[in-house]
Design a protein around this ligand. Structure first.
Ligand code: PEP
Ligand code: MN
Length: 332
């Protein structure tokens, strides 16, 4: 249940009401917002003098629901805005992992050439094998910070576990919570305490409800800037790496106010299908796309098979613009 309290309630009293109702408390400019379990359907009449509005929900998708806020959340994504009244679809691009200064300089130069604003690159890689490249860690974050300074790009990079979450919050413009880290309570709770935007990638074995509830951890802790990324789920199919759940995307757009970002690269797992998939994703009128691009995919230290060459990416981008236009969107 979400309960709005008058600002005149005062923080002390609002805290008391929150405690009595086992609710989270968020202080907004003009009101206090209490969020308790969706199993709560009414509030005691003794609070009537403080309460202005109440919202009852069927399940714990509450702050993220269209029922509560019908417009998609507007989030400052680096140098551009997504959601809200914008028609922006942000195109995020860059390598799977930051590997060297030379590599990330080349990636940055590509983005600048194409007028794109957000560079991706993982520094803490959640690899399936402990013997694979694990990322450059803090040195990689420093390289991303250098790209921000030298090229004016915004950066998105992933947090693998709670031990380095503060580092990622400090160095990134958008915090990426990876599919394997989606349930990490340490990460979610730390991200709730900052105002930096967060992109939560749906776990490949997670339902939509579970994914949205991870977003609720961040939202209810006071950070309103959360987007969801669909990157493919595991099905019985083995020919492609994962199965991109576009039906799930339609669901998220219909029932949640969270901006949706699509990642065709991890879903497909192979470079050959990415251009077609990206056009299909764009046609869904989503708020963002995230694509892996590498100066030389053949030597990439992670996800080599799915990364596009710079030329492949440029060709793809040219064909994406008219698709975006056809559905009233602008690629930024
Ligand atoms: C990535 O973005 O490189 C990544 C590891 O993605 P995911 O968490 O979706 O597997
Ligand atoms: Mn990757």
């Amino acid at each position: 249940m979400i309960i709005h309290l008058k600002k005149e309630t005062g923080l002390e009293k609002a805290n008391q009401i929150a405690t009595e109702n086992q609710a989270f408390l968020i202080e907004e400019n003009d009101k206090f917002v209490l969020i308790s379990s969706s199993s709560q359907k009414t509030i005691d009449s003794k609070y009537n003098e403080f309460v202005t509005e109440t919202f009852v929900f069927a399940n714990d998708m509450q702050l993220s629901s269209k029922e509560y806020q019908s417009k998609t959340r507007e989030i400052q994504f680096g140098n551009v805005k997504i959601g809200g009244d914008t028609n922006n679809t942000i195109m995020i691009a860059g390598p799977c992992s930051v590997e060297s200064e030379e590599q990330i300089q080349e990636s940055s130069a590509l983005l600048k050439e194409l007028n794109l604003t957000m560079l991706r690159g993982g520094c803490y890689k959640p690899r399936t094998s402990p013997y694979s490249f694990q990322g450059l860690g803090l040195d990689g974050l420093k390289l991303l910070a250098k790209m921000r300074k030298e090229h004016g790009l915004a950066v998105i990079t992933e947090v693998r576990d709670a031990t380095h979450v503060q580092e990622v919050i400090e160095y990134s413009d958008i915090i990426q919570i990876g599919a394997k880290a989606m349930y990490d309570q340490g990460i979610l709770r730390a991200c709730a305490k900052t105002q930096k935007p967060v992109m939560i990638k749906r776990g490949f074995g997670s339902t939509l409800q579970e994914t949205v509830q991870c977003a609720e951890f961040v939202l209810s802790g006071g950070n309103p800037n959360v987007a969801i990324c669909e990157r493919g789920i595991r099905t019985y199919e083995t020919k492609t790496r994962f199965t991109l759940d576009l039906c799930g995307v339609a669901y998220l757009k219909e029932f949640t106010n969270l901006p949706v970002i699509l990642d065709p690269s991890h879903a497909m797992g192979h470079a050959y299908g990415i251009a077609d998939l990206t056009r299909a994703c764009t046609a869904m009128g989503v708020d963002g796309l995230i694509i892996e691009v590498h100066p030389d995919p053949t030597v990439a230290k992670s996800d080599a098979s799915q990364q596009l060459t710079h030329q492949q990416f440029k060709d793809l981008l040219t064909t994406v613009h008219p698709v975006a236009k056809a559905v009233g969107r602008i690629i930024v």
